[in-house]
Design a protein around this ligand. Structure first.
Ligand code: ADP
Length: 369
């Protein structure tokens, strides 16, 4: 088929691509520039549209063209989508930290990133929503503390507890550590709502939400209550952890949830014994999370080694990022900088997040934004 704008438009129209509308198309020499509107802002969806267009063109046009696509993210017309989220006054970015599997170091990474962001001069808060093991209070040495109530304009509000320059509220402040999770569950949603709506967080650049492992009810409660700006996935390089991390990414990418995944952190990437500082032992496998990030088109934010000092620092309530100029604190600085730059890109390219709307219909639940 002869190369022309009209012919290209007609072959693309004959092969409709899901959630993709061509706004404009121009050929400049061997460059093909296409403006596309779509309602799905995820990199995966953009990549899939790009691949579909490349395939259609190569099947119909002989010339080799250098394809450049400019995506415009459209809001869906569904009236449900016009309901704006409840941005929490004063909180600029809500970042959900998730892991598929438990015990991969999600809370350790959350604590260290929070402290590093605070050291960089940002106002930071942590909302610890991990009902299975709220470990943030221990890591911040505030396990025995309880938030005070302050009166603000006639209303009683909970004051987060500040430690190492980070404001913290944790589900652990509301439940007893020996209480079974089955009892903690129903209390969790109530406590979460209190921590979100009845707390005085003040001005925050970042509220990091330490989610429970997996993809369950608490995740939906958070997404319903807070307009989550983006998410970070923590995984070890091990196959069973990666399989669960993949599910976590898929949850955020789900069209109805649509929370951009800002990146993956690989924790416990390798072990280096003190006496052999040049040696690296890949106990949980090598580059697993790095490969997952390539595969799922998600930014790799960095890797954290297994270090006795990281474990000890967390257990002693003095996270490793507080060890000034140490190699590990520089690692967390690098990861935090990468996270901030992904967030800046996200806020430039995409509209603000909204909260989830969930409608339940006779035993099946539909999630809508
Ligand atoms: P999660 O929040 O995913 O359940 P935690 O952050 O509580 O995981 O970490 C689980 C355990 O692993 C804790 O004892 C923690 O101190 C330890 N840990 C986490 N990351 C590292 C690391 N990079 N090096 C050594 N120990 C670590």
């Amino acid at each position: 088929m002869e190369l022309s704008k009209k012919n290209l438009l007609s072959v693309i129209e004959k092969n409709p691509i899901n959630d993709c509308k061509i706004i404009n198309l121009n050929i400049f020499g061997d460059e093909l520039l296409i403006d596309i509107s779509t309602s799905n802002p995820t990199l995966q969806s953009k990549k899939s549209i790009e691949n579909s267009i490349k395939k259609i063109i190569s099947e119909n046009i002989e010339e080799k063209l250098d394809l450049k696509i400019n995506f415009k993210i459209e809001k869906k017309e569904n009236p449900q989508n016009q309901i704006k989220g409840n941005p929490i006054q004063g909180i600029k970015n809500v970042i959900a930290i998730a892991s598929g599997k438990g015990g991969v170091g999600k809370s350790t990474i959350t604590s260290n990133i929070a402290i590093t962001l605070a050291q960089m001069g940002f106002n930071v808060g942590i909302l610890d929503a991990d009902i299975y093991g709220p470990s943030i209070p221990i890591m911040f040495d505030i396990a025995d503390a309880r938030p005070l109530s302050v009166n603000i304009e006639g209303k009683n509000k909970m004051k987060p507890i500040e430690s190492y320059g980070v404001k913290v509220l944790s589900i652990g402040f509301f439940t007893k550590s020996d209480q079974a999770v089955i009892w903690r569950g129903p209390m969790a949603s109530k406590a979460l709502n209190q921590m979100i709506f009845d707390a005085t967080w003040g001005e925050l650049d970042f509220l990091l939400v330490d989610l429970p492992p997996g993809t369950g009810d608490i995740h939906l409660s958070i997404l319903q209550a807070l307009p989550v700006t983006g998410s970070v996935i923590v995984s070890t390089p091990q196959n069973i952890a990666l399989a669960d991390a993949r599910k976590g990414i898929a949850m955020f990418n789900q069209k109805s949830i649509n929370v951009p995944v800002l990146g993956i952190v690989e924790n416990m990437a390798f072990f280096t014994p003190n006496e052999l500082p040049e040696n690296k032992y890949y106990i949980f496998g090598k580059d697993g999370a790095k490969n997952l990030s390539d595969d799922m088109n998600v930014k790799f934010l960095g890797e954290v080694p297994i270090l006795q000092s990281v474990r000890e620092a967390s257990d002693f309530g003095h996270p490793a990022s507080l060890q000034e100029n140490s190699k590990i604190s520089l690692t967390f600085k690098e990861i935090s900088k990468n996270l901030v730059s992904e967030l800046v890109k996200r806020n430039k390219d995409l509209p603000p997040s909204e909260i989830l709307k969930i409608t339940t219909m006779a035993g099946c639940s539909a999630v809508n934004k």
